[in-house]
Design a protein around this ligand. Structure first.
Ligand code: CMC
Length: 354
């Protein structure tokens, strides 16, 4: 049954071999591989290559891809200049969008390699800190966190971050991926498709939901206050971010994994607050509305435990999802068809101008 608040819900607009979703069972697969297995046994770099190439790479191909990504991490001068000029005033997603616009004829590998440098360079500049240069000896996620915090992360944090990146890398025809495909379908290049996708991701109904969810948890403040706060918010007709989904009618399979990671990080941090508030909120929302969490409910607390500021949650989403966007843009270009649906006209009938 289509979701009532989602336009085009249930309408198939493309054939794709990239991602499949069972909304009733809560199963998500990239190229036929269950994300639970990828989260257990893969890395972000490998998952990105699976998305782009369609197969699990041989060890040599994976190593070559890692080397290519490592070489592409440095910001081109024009991109760095654009970030530096905006770092004081523009919002994080505006900076990411503008930074990507400076790239000419970008490749999937360049975008995947560069976005972590874009996000962390921007963040450190706005904080008045010296940006940290990429470290070729570190993996994608170790390097991402090292460039953010200025120190090498421990193994557990790097793995938690890597799994979060794997889980955000692709999700079929969500709004940003659809935007990327629409632009790619016109024959525009990958840079243009990804800029459109970044713009679509920036809204709170899509990529901004985990930031909005975290804002609610900050307002709630402690787990014991959650039931009352949540009931009152629902009575006021508020939309609770991180709950419900345009597709799933079951527990979002990404949320299952992120919930576990959030719990583990909270235990290790000796600071269970964010996990406890989120879990108490989840319980009350289910009792009151029968709604399940989506990916954005627990990703906020995971990032928070890893020291990521709230307003970088969506840029992180973009950095991860660029693998999926690129795979879709390439697939759409292969099909070489423009996407041009129709609207049902509900305006005035024909009438005289004056
Ligand atoms: N908060 C409060 N009420 C909700 C929510 C929510 N998040 N989601 C659904 N409901 C209500 C909805 O209004 C309806 O109530 P009623 O029957 O009384 O009219 C009932 O729950 C059932 O809703 P539905 O038909 O299952 O879903 P929907 O089409 O109304 O809404 C949605 C789907 C995705 C627009 C909505 O769940 C939402 O806005 N969620 C919050 C935004 C969010 O977290 N977005 C991130 C999505 S996951 C990231 C990604 O994959 O891109």
């Amino acid at each position: 049954m289509p979701k009532k608040s989602v336009q085009l819900s249930g309408v198939v607009v493309a054939e794709s071999a990239i991602c499949s979703i069972d909304p009733d069972e809560g199963v998500l697969m990239y190229r036929g591989y269950d994300i639970a297995e990828l989260a257990e046994r893969s890395t972000y770099e490998e998952t990105a290559l699976v998305l782009l190439d369609g197969e699990v790479p041989e060890a040599e191909a994976l190593e070559a891809f890692r080397r290519e990504l490592t070489k592409l991490r440095e910001l081109p001068a024009e991109t760095e200049g654009a970030i530096d000029r905006q770092a004081g005033q523009a919002a994080p997603m505006e900076v990411v969008r503008t930074a990507v616009s400076t790239l000419r004829e970008a490749t999937p590998a360049q975008l995947i390699a560069l976005l972590p440098t874009v996000v962390t360079h921007y963040h450190r500049r706005r904080e008045g800190l010296e940006p940290v240069a990429p470290d070729a000896s570190l993996s994608y996620s170790e390097n991402f966190l090292a460039m953010l915090h200025g120190s090498r992360p421990n193994e557990r944090d790097a793995r938690a971050f890597d799994v979060a990146m794997i889980l955000h890398a692709e999700h079929e025809l969500n709004a940003s991926t659809f935007a990327a495909r629409v632009v790619a379908g016109t024959g525009a290049d990958l840079t243009a498709a990804v800029v459109a996708a970044i713009a679509a991701l920036s809204g709170p109904l899509h990529g901004g939901a985990n930031e909005a969810a975290m804002a609610l948890f900050e307002r709630i403040g402690s787990a014991d206050r959650a039931p009352r706060e949540v009931r009152e918010a629902l009575q006021r007709g508020e939309r609770l971010y991180g709950f419900g989904h345009p597709l799933y009618r079951a527990y979002d399979p990404r949320a299952v994994i992120l919930k576990r990671i959030s719990r583990e990080l909270s235990e290790d941090a000796g600071e269970p607050n964010w996990y406890a508030i989120t879990e108490a909120t989840e319980r009350t929302v289910f009792e009151e509305k029968g709604l399940y969490p989506n990916v954005d409910l627990y990703s906020g607390s995971v990032y928070r435990y890893l020291g990521v500021p709230n307003d970088l949650f969506t840029p992180l989403f973009a950095a991860s999802r660029v693998a999926g966007w690129s795979a879709h843009a390439v697939e759409q270009q292969g099909d070489n068809k423009i996407i041009r649906p129709s609207a049902e006209y509900v305006g005035e009938p024909r009438r005289e101008f004056r």
